[in-house]
Design a protein around this ligand. Structure first.
Ligand code: ACO
Length: 331
């Protein structure tokens, strides 16, 4: 059976920085409250021209360049996003056009903040089944386009960004060893965008009532996020028949410093092994785990045969974990 390997990664973060001090001027909040409760200091915000597909295209171009791969070699583009440019067509198709990836199929998946993990799982399945040999997984979200910047419960948390991973059946990089996915749709009302879909199409009232932005019951999300990421991580370890002590790095969804800290305690893993970018980018939704993975990979801290545990949780609720193993050649 072929193995699925992440050969290269690329990211794109918009240039504009929104700091906690900027938010102090917009809503009733403080830098110290945000830092203490979430660990976030600043986040990136895309400009009007930088749509989800453009952020994704820039990350995809970087991943292809880092992997020395031309776009025509790509057979499939999977985009994980909650903030597609249009309800139709998919933003994956827009990225396909911008890349001129003339031999690729393209579609979007929607698993909110678990999107990168869901995408890795799909890519692994396609490659192991020998259906495709080269896949570009992109995770891109422009959460700023669905945030109400008068709602202090949500506007402090999110930022914009994109990541892409070139995944193939050969070469060096990070082998996708195993994965585990879950969902519990009965909790959909705890974290959602109420209008703009078939249930409540856009109308004057939905706009007036600000129903096109994220509504969240933070405490519920917090509680479920820890429980689900911990359980799913342990199930992944069991599937691969390895122990917590065999994990060299944990990359959890970058939503909140305290969620990561509690998760590390529950997994009995030193917090120093938990890689974090939340302080500088906030929660970039589908892209969050992938952006952190890319920064860790670039830092040269990942050694041959290291095991990396990725775990995420998001609206749905959805969750999932993946274990990666660095291939033996250190290049
Ligand atoms: N600044 C100042 N005060 C605030 C702010 C703010 N930005 N936001 C809320 N508060 C107030 C509340 O109104 C409340 O005041 P009250 O006691 O007078 O009622 C008080 O602070 C405490 O509020 P809590 O909601 O209890 O604060 P908590 O410690 O739970 O932190 C937070 C809130 C940061 C949102 C936390 O619950 C959290 O991180 N939850 C998970 C969020 C998350 O991960 N979301 C993304 C999921 S992934 C996806 O799919 C998008």
């Amino acid at each position: 059976m072929p193995t699925a390997i992440i050969n290269s990664l690329g990211t794109y973060l918009p240039k504009k920085i929104l700091t906690n001090f900027d938010l102090e001027k917009m809503v009733d909040t403080t830098d110290s409250w945000i830092k203490e409760r979430t660990g976030i200091e600043e986040r990136r915000i895309a400009d009007d021209e930088e749509t989800t597909s453009i952020l994704g295209f820039k990350a995809a171009s970087a991943a292809l360049q880092n992997g020395n791969c031309s776009p025509d070699k790509i057979e499939l583009i999977i985009l994980a996003t909650t903030t597609s440019d249009y309800p139709m067509p998919s933003s994956a198709a827009l990225i396909q056009a911008m890349l001129k990836a003339t031999n690729a199929g393209a579609f979007d998946i929607q698993a909110a903040c678990s999107g990168f993990i869901y995408g890795l799982t799909l890519a692994k399945a396609y490659i192991e089944a020998n259906i495709y040999k080269k896949i570009l997984l992109v995770a891109s979200d422009k959460l700023s386009s669905v945030i109400n910047y008068e709602d202090r419960n949500t506007c402090i948390l999110f930022g914009d960004g994109a990541v892409a991973a070139l995944i193939s059946n050969e070469g060096e990089g990070l082998e996708i060893k195993t994965s585990n996915l879950g969902a519990e749709g009965i909790y959909s009302q705890h974290l959602l965008i109420p209008a703009g879909g078939s249930k409540k199409p856009a109308s004057e009232d939905t706009v007036k009532d600000k129903l096109h932005s994220v509504k969240m019951e933070g405490k519920e999300v917090f509680k479920h996020a820890i429980r689900r990421m911990a359980k799913s991580s342990l199930e992944c370890l069991e599937k691969l028949n390895i122990q917590v002590k065999d994990i060299n790095w944990v990359i959890p969804h970058q939503a909140n410093f305290r969620i990561m800290e509690t998760l590390a305690k529950q997994l009995e893993i030193p917090f120093s092994k938990v890689f974090r970018t939340v302080h500088k980018y906030g929660n970039t939704s589908a892209a969050s785990v992938g952006i952190a993975l890319s920064e860790l990979f670039e830092s040269q801290e990942v050694k041959p045969k290291d095991h990396l545990l990725l775990t995420a949780f998001g609206s749905g609720f959805t969750w999932g974990s993946v274990i990666l193993k660095k291939t033996e050649t250190n290049d």
